[in-house]
Design a protein around this ligand. Structure first.
Ligand SMILES: NC(=O)c1ccc[n+]([C@@H]2O[C@H](COP(=O)([O-])OP(=O)(O)OC[C@H]3O[C@@H](n4cnc5c(N)ncnc54)[C@H](OP(=O)(O)O)[C@@H]3O)[C@@H](O)[C@H]2O)c1
Length: 374
């Protein structure tokens, strides 16, 4: 079991992150500030953490494209205020948006179960789940959730994993459907020990960077195993995406002076609108499904991983460690309290799903032009 990164992995992580940070504006310069997405009528999506940053922009654009959007948030008052604001921005020609707010606190597994039970009781199809909510508590000490899980691991991996599994029946009803996990290139620095997900055994010292990067790598492992377990005819795909270095509220826990330094280097960062592009691309573009199907057919051990330029990209070498991925899958099931039978039952729903084409082709022959709207 890797207790730390080997020097080669460490060096390639630094090279990768530095290059991405400095060059992401160049890599993404071919993209419009706001990514055109197709009309999404009769399309339902749930997005977590939509009250801020990348999630907010993503949710707003999905709603403006006509989707029924569920904002799964812990701060429901802030989410309701956003819905109100978005509705007020609409004119009589564009009509109302179809957005609702449901409470979800990822720091509590019982909140995740309650959310999933409330949603599943409707027996409605779900076409898209975006696990966007995440934390990087950079200047805080190590903290544990009420489920006694280290907070980064809980919010960024464990709770979204439970949510995804519990929503598989809805995703099957909505198939073809997608799960888009907003990941991070910090996974390059990640080391996951399934027996020490809380980073408290002393084999590795806790730092917020170690905890954040481990949680993001864990999410890739989990996504890869789920993608591999979902039958190809299910039409459900699991995709991870790195939105880039984006100026959001993610720096909120940093001391003011460090926030000022971040702002100074703002030139290299993407705006939330720009950060939402790769998430929206993974959520709606048909190429993503084709790529996912091709990877699956080849038996590639890692789920599709996209970067901020909306192109598939390589994960770190250790993200390809499929035996570790399976160990993490088992450990995750144990932590979230789902037995093999429970998970088999949830996967069984996917087994019976029959995928139809993702979108009508005519939608893509004429890309939606947002410039006309503004
Ligand atoms: N910004 C970047 O440079 C960057 C780079 C790579 C990856 N990412 C990833 O992008 C995603 C979005 O981050 P962001 O930069 O947009 O950050 P952000 O502005 O801080 O937004 C994070 C969102 O997650 C929600 N959230 C946090 N803890 C939660 C919990 N316990 N339960 C439910 N919701 C919770 C927050 O809700 P509250 O408002 O209630 O706290 C907020 O809506 C994260 O997964 C992050 O790891 C960001």
């Amino acid at each position: 079991m890797a207790g730390s990164l080997g020097w080669m992995d460490w060096a390639s992580a630094w090279i990768h992150i530095t290059t991405e940070t400095l060059l992401q504006r160049i890599y993404t310069c071919h993209l419009p500030q706001r990514l055109p997405i197709p009309l999404l009528n009769d399309f339902t999506c749930i997005i977590t953490g939509a009250t801020s940053g990348i999630g907010l922009e993503t949710a707003k654009q999905l709603a403006e494209a006509g989707a029924h959007v569920v904002l799964a948030c812990r701060n429901t008052a802030a989410a309701q205020a956003l819905v109100h604001e978005w509705q007020n921005q609409r004119d009589h020609l564009s009509g109302p948006i179809d957005v609702e707010v449901m409470e979800l606190n990822l720091l509590s597994l019982s909140s995740v179960r309650a959310f999933a039970a409330a949603w599943e009781a409707r027996l409605e199809p779900l076409h898209l789940l975006i696990n966007n909510a995440g934390i990087f508590s950079m200047s805080s000490p190590q903290k544990f959730s009420q489920d006694e899980i280290e907070e980064h691991m809980q919010v960024n991996h464990i709770a979204p994993a439970l949510l995804t599994l519990l929503l598989l029946p809805s995703l099957s009803r909505g198939a073809p459907s997608r799960v888009v996990n907003v990941n991070s290139d910090m996974q390059w620095f990640g080391v996951v020990d399934p027996d020490d997900l809380n980073l408290n055994r002393g084999t590795r010292k806790y730092t917020s960077t170690a905890a954040y990067s481990a949680s993001k790598l864990a999410q890739i492992y989990f996504s890869s195993v789920l993608e591999c377990k979902l039958p190809s005819h299910s039409g459900i795909h699991v995709i991870c995406v790195n939105p880039g270095i984006v100026k959001t509220n993610v720096t909120r826990t940093l001391p003011k002076i460090v926030q000022a330094i971040y702002d100074f280097f703002g030139f290299f960062s993407l705006s939330s609108l720009e950060g939402a592009r790769s998430v929206l691309f993974c959520a709606t573009d048909p190429q993503v499904v084709e790529y996912a199907a091709a990877l699956r057919a080849e038996g590639w051990p890692v789920c599709p991983y996209y970067s901020s330029d909306c192109k598939p990209t390589a994960t770190s070498r250790h993200a390809q460690n499929i035996s570790l991925a399976f160990k993490l899958w088992e450990k995750t099931k144990e932590i979230i309290g789902l037995s093999d039978e429970d998970v088999d039952k949830l996967l069984e729903a996917a087994n019976t799903a029959i995928a139809a084409p993702y979108f009508k082709e005519d939608i893509f022959s004429e890309p939606y032009d947002y410039d006309d709207e503004e």
